[in-house]
Write a protein that binds this ligand. Structure first.
Ligand code: CP
Ligand code: NVA
Length: 307
């Protein structure tokens, strides 16, 4: 049994295999092929925080695969009234084939996984967002034809999405330039872990965003205040303003640069409306790929042919 709590729970080969499977499932969906590979399987989806993309794409993924998904709001479960995580994990394991969870604290999903008898998938924690990055790698591969020859510039906050991207970069050999204000760098332990995954890891820190995007194939940004950091928003807007992805910054990159954002976006803060709607933006293809990537993740973790 395999969990997906951190993207590095997968080997590099498994990550590539999931991306290739996602490409196949995407083609099958476009052709209208029946893909009931998870017939009679159920997925519990526990959300402690809001979600549009992750929630809907996981639910539709299970429908497309012939299975069933249950949306479970944290506060509607007995968890909200204090039932221990370890009891909930063992009970749900008796009913469903996998559990996906969006949690405030990464330790919550680790605790759940410790007691779960079925695979647990991280649907976002304060530390990582592995499902997002798997969809993003699929998007980069579609647009750039490769992952190992690509240079990605991360502009803004060194957050959960950035952490999973760092690990993924080490796993697939992608070049990554990270441009954050001082004090908002990604988790040091994640950077150390990336160096352990690959001695040749190509991660560079560049405080100047204009220098960071030079020669970049991909510009990636995310909100300045993640869920749970709402009280810091005003201060962060002040500190992060030089890191806005706007048309001027995009002009410092290659003409064929693609601009990515995991969404939801705050237009006028980390990214402008003109860039989201502009010719370099692949943001809505990126959002679509959440569906195809998650189908591949589910098949890999609970599909019979992968047991
Ligand atoms: N990108 C992402 O995870 O979006 P949601 O918060 O809407 O799920
Ligand atoms: N970094 C953002 C991602 C949202 C999908 C957050 O954690 O709120």
């Amino acid at each position: 049994m395999q969990h997906l709590i951190s993207i590095s729970d997968l080997s590099s080969d498994e990550l590539i295999e999931i991306i290739e499977l996602a490409e196949k499932l995407k083609a099958e969906r476009y052709k209208g092929v029946v893909t009931d590979y998870l017939k009679n399987k159920s997925l519990a989806m526990i959300f402690e925080l809001p979600s549009t993309r992750t929630r809907v794409s996981f639910e539709v993924a299970m429908t497309d695969l012939g299975g069933h998904a249950l949306y479970l709001n944290w506060n509607d479960l007995q968890l909200g009234r204090g039932e221990p995580i370890k009891d909930t994990a063992r009970v749900l394991s008796r009913y469903v084939h996998a559990v996906t969870m969006r949690v405030r604290e990464h330790s919550t999903i680790e605790e759940f996984a410790k007691y779960s008898e079925v695979p647990v998938i991280n649907a976002l924690s304060n530390l990582e967002h592995p499902c997002q990055i798997i969809a993003d790698l699929l998007t980069i591969k579609e647009y750039k034809g490769s992952l190992s020859d690509v240079k990605v510039a991360w502009i803004g906050d060194g957050n959960n999405v950035c952490n999973s991207l760092i690990l993924a970069a080490a796993m697939v050999g992608m070049k990554l330039v990270i441009s954050t204000p001082r004090g908002y760098e990604p988790d040091e332990k994640i950077v150390e872990k990336a160096k352990k995954i690959s001695k040749n890891v190509k991660i560079v820190f560049e405080a100047n965003p204009k220098a960071a995007v030079r020669d970049a194939d991909v510009i990636y940004t995310d909100v300045w205040a993640s869920m749970g950091q709402e009280s810091e928003r005003e201060e962060r807007v002040r500190i992060f303003t030089p890191y806005q992805v706007n048309e001027e910054l995009v002009n410092y990159a290659r003409d064929d640069v693609i601009v990515m954002h995991c969404l939801p976006a705050h237009r006028g803060e980390e990214i402008t409306d003109a860039v989201i709607e502009g010719a370099n933006s692949v943001i809505f293809d990126q959002a679509e790929n959440r569906l195809h990537a998650q189908k591949a993740i589910l098949l890999k973790l609970i599909g019979d042919e992968y047991d």
